[in-house]
Design a protein around this ligand. Sequence first.
Ligand SMILES: [Zn+2]
Length: 427
Amino acid sequence: MEQKKYWDPEIETAPREKIRQIQLEKIKKLVDRVYKDTNFYKRRLDAAGIKPEDIRTLEDFQKIPPTRYLEDFVATPVGEKVAVPMEKVVNIISTSGTLSGSPQPVMISDADIEVWTDSFARFAVMYGIKKGDIFQMLFPFPAIWRGFTRAGATLVPFTAQTFLMDNAIKLMNNVRPSGILAAPALFLMMDRRAAELGIDMKKIGIRTVILGGESWSNTYREKMEREWGAKFYDVYGLVEIGHPFGECFEQSGMHCWEDLFFTEIVDPETEKVLGPGEPGEIILTSLWRDAMPLLRYRTGDVAQWLEDKPCGCGRTLAKISRIKGRTGHMVKAGGAKIFPVDVEEVIQKFPELTGEYQIVLTKPGIQDMLEVKAEYRPEVTELETLKKKLADGLEEATKVKSKVETVPYGTLAPAGGWKAQRIVKTY
Ligand SMILES: [Zn+2]
């Protein structure tokens, strides 16, 4: 069967002006609706002295104060945030609760499920998935599964694996899917566990791996693509908002589904709106969320706009960089803003290193230089040359003077968990 190039060509290749018009129309309706239907936004807009009819341009919309996660979203009772009668809520899903200490309920209506599903049919086509492809899902998220089947794929849903990793691996070995979707850490764990079970996941015939939920470096991608003979793609989203970004086959930044989401990048301290090339916090407004809509939601994730130029895939939708990290993980050194992933890109290029590293902060605020501890492999003896090469590599990548300390294998390995601590303070 001929492969579709776009799921929704009219939107995905629309002129920029048309996209902005669609955004403005949807935003006006959204503000109007949340003002009428939720106590939460009625109160916030009144406090800011803004009426729905004041929103005439996209810039007007940006005057509405952003919705912060802990102070606004978590602090507001569910009943004040829901914009539909409770009988229209068909699912209650939840955030991970990492920051607030407990999972936060998020209400979903049938209308929400429909758009969410369709957006994943778009993703599926963008990742080159076609009828007959078998896809194994390691995300417990039915709207994503349905989107892939809508685009023609045959699904092995998360539930088929009875929630046990060994079963998921054995099933994969039997079914031989052409693609999988997972979180990066889970994917790595599975790869390791499969080897213990005597199964080589690289030989199953997987051509497409979609990883979302955590940031991972381009150097890691290059290494995995070489080893696996598969394409590795990024996808970004959050439960409260939906999934606004993903990579096309060009793998140079993520396209934004701009008719479905209004995306802004702002300075996390001043909330000033930033343009291309300036990293800042992503603020998202879902233009379709029905049951629990959020205006200008601060994600805590950092990325930057890419220059507005035509993409090789033919999509006209704007592109954003891959996620660099969380706002709390931004290190200011010299005149630069550096994230662990920037350091990781360099570290991964050195076969002498294990990949474990830490950024060391020696004082509050702006650091004089970038200080990095990196772990070397047991067989390495030439440490002075290695330190020099690594410092040069870091300086070239970050444009900041760098100081490197090398530490023996096993020094930085995460204790009691697999989530590494990448930033440490000595003050
Ligand atoms: Zn593209």
